[in-house]
Design a protein around this ligand. Structure first.
Ligand code: GTP
Ligand code: MG
Length: 218
């Protein structure tokens, strides 16, 4: 797909405690790359991928946020405009699973109403170190009425699947058959102007503080 030629732009975000594997999930999806020594994300980064659903070309912009608490006030300002969110925990660290309620609360406070949430239990290649029972996670997802999947950014298990699932859900809920939605996106400046050769690493928000903490990921 020509990078400048698309019908919709879709914003997704990755949230969750530090070191659960958000950045590696994204690089695995975009570049089939896993980094065993990846550094903690500073602020936010993002990557894009072009996908096609029902003949519609969609530019998916995926924002990878820092899980460290000290970046919280900055990262939460990036929730706006996102139509889908992955909340990631590490199946080998129960404490990261216990943070899920907090992340969901954060999204409700700072994100768009009706944002579609997807719970992801990462590092399922480390089954021998498992601290979070799969059934417990399924119950949590049921409680919030959200999708759930275990993944491994290392092996690639379910990585393509979770993105496909979420992109389709967002498409069906927000874009399919809805000219109005598309116009709304344009009005909000979320859909990029097709005549504008905007770099992928620019946001529609020029807030200086944000720009200092964001960079293109992949
Ligand atoms: P912050 O940027 O600080 O929020 O962390 P993050 O959630 O982006 O974590 P990151 O992707 O940087 O991964 C943290 C560590 O976990 C790194 O050492 C990764 O190599 C490792 N890791 C990530 N995903 C997996 C996985 O699926 N399996 C295993 N075994 N290790 C993983
Ligand atoms: Mg990261």
């Amino acid at each position: 797909m020509n990078e400048e030629n698309y019908d919709y732009i879709m914003k997704l975000i990755l949230l969750g405690d530090s070191s659960v594997g958000k950045t590696n999930i994204l690089t695995k999806y975009l570049k089939n790359f896993f980094d065993p020594d990846s550094k903690a994300t500073v602020g936010v980064e993002f990557g894009t991928k072009s996908v096609e659903i029902e003949g519609k070309k969609i530019k998916v912009q995926i924002w990878d946020t820092a899980g460290e608490e000290r970046y919280k006030s900055i990262t939460s300002t990036y929730y706006k405009g996102a139509k889908g969110a992955f909340i990631v925990y590490d199946i080998t660290r129960k404490i990261t699973f216990e943070s899920i309620d907090k992340w969901i609360g954060d999204l409700k406070n700072n994100g768009d109403e009706n944002i579609i949430i997807y719970l992801v239990g990462n590092k399922n290649d480390l089954n021998d170190k498992r601290e979070v029972d799969k059934n417990e996670a399924m119950n949590k997802a049921e409680k919030y009425n959200i999708a759930f999947m275990e993944t491994s950014a290392l092996s690639g298990d379910n990585i393509q699947k979770i993105f496909q699932d979420l992109i389709e859900k967002v498409y069906v809920n927000f874009f399919r058959n809805s000219k109005a939605n598309k116009e709304k996106e344009v009005n909000k400046g979320i859909e990029l102007n097709k005549n504008n050769k905007e770099n992928d690493n620019k946001t529609t928000d020029n807030n200086e503080r944000k720009q200092k903490t964001e960079r293109k990921c992949c």
